[in-house]
Design a protein around this ligand. Structure first.
Ligand SMILES: [Zn+2]
Length: 280
């Protein structure tokens, strides 16, 4: 039997993703830091807080949504930022659906990711998240691990940026798991209030060094979701000799020593180095 091993795009050693919540004015500076370091973020916004007009001291505004977050992902965070586990079920659904509707109009694309406001959730919330058409939803439960989520609708991040980033990053670089993922989260305004922008500048430089070395895939939450989902749903014949990718993103895997790429919709046989398939 041929061993099939998960790989990130182009066989990179690991992946990095980040999400930042609330859309306050410091998002502008953090987006600039991320862009300079090749980091793609997911920005979770409360549509009732998005301003009508752009002002340097105001929250992020509708007219700048597409340009500010270009190359990144705009995600939902509920309309008014309640504890979703403390309101009636119908209101939960409204908070999510209405946030999506408004953000989609502003961003000009489907908005199907989110993070939980105040981190509060229960079973009703998770059911409403799925019913609202959300496909990935971040909690505030830091795992300090680099594992892929069991369920993207209850996606526990690696850590908040307050964690010991230097130590955790080194641990991440040293980790051998082929599917390792570092997921950072926080609020951009925390850097302003605590006057510690150097923290994210220094961390960004470390991430950029790994990107430049060709060992790290930097992606939005949605890109990670799409990739891992395509990988998990890869069709594989029972003898391990043929594969079909039914999703819209290419996937990579290792079969023996070979790195294989299968494009969207592509069907292909295993590499020449595999032992030939014979009818039983
Ligand atoms: Zn929030």
């Amino acid at each position: 039997m041929i061993a099939i091993q998960f790989c990130w795009p182009d066989g990179k050693a690991g992946a990095f993703t980040a999400s930042y919540d609330d859309g306050l004015k410091e998002d502008r500076r953090l987006v600039e830091v991320f862009n300079r370091h090749g980091i793609r973020g997911t920005w979770c916004l409360n549509s009732s807080r998005v301003a009508e007009t752009v002002s340097p001291d105001g929250t992020v505004a509708w007219p700048e949504l597409k340009t500010l977050y270009a190359g990144h992902e705009v995600a939902a965070h509920s309309v008014t930022h309640p504890f979703l586990d403390r309101i009636p079920e119908e209101r939960i659904l409204l908070e999510l659906i209405e946030d999506r509707r408004r953000l989609e109009a502003g961003a000009g694309c489907p908005v199907k990711g989110m993070s939980l406001p105040n981190g509060g959730y229960d079973r009703r919330v998770l059911a409403a998240v799925a019913r609202a058409g959300i496909v990935h939803c971040r909690t505030v439960v830091s795992t300090q691990s680099f594992a892929l989520p069991v369920d993207f609708l209850e996606w526990h991040p690696t850590c908040h940026h307050r964690a010991n980033l230097t130590e955790l990053w080194q641990k991440f670089l040293d980790a051998k798991e082929p599917h390792k993922l570092f997921y950072l989260w926080g609020h951009s305004y925390e850097f302003g209030r605590q006057n510690n922008w150097e923290l994210i500048e220094e961390f960004g430089a470390k991430v950029k060094a790994a990107i430049d070395a060709g060992t790290l895939w930097c992606a939005t939450n949605m890109q990670v979701f799409e990739y891992v989902t395509a990988w998990r749903e890869l069709w594989c014949s029972l003898d391990g000799h043929s594969f079909r990718n039914t999703r819209g993103t290419p996937v990579w895997f290792k079969a023996g020593k070979d790195l294989i790429r299968i494009g969207p919709g592509e069907t292909r046989a295993c590499p020449a180095s595999c032992p030939p398939s014979r009818p039983p």
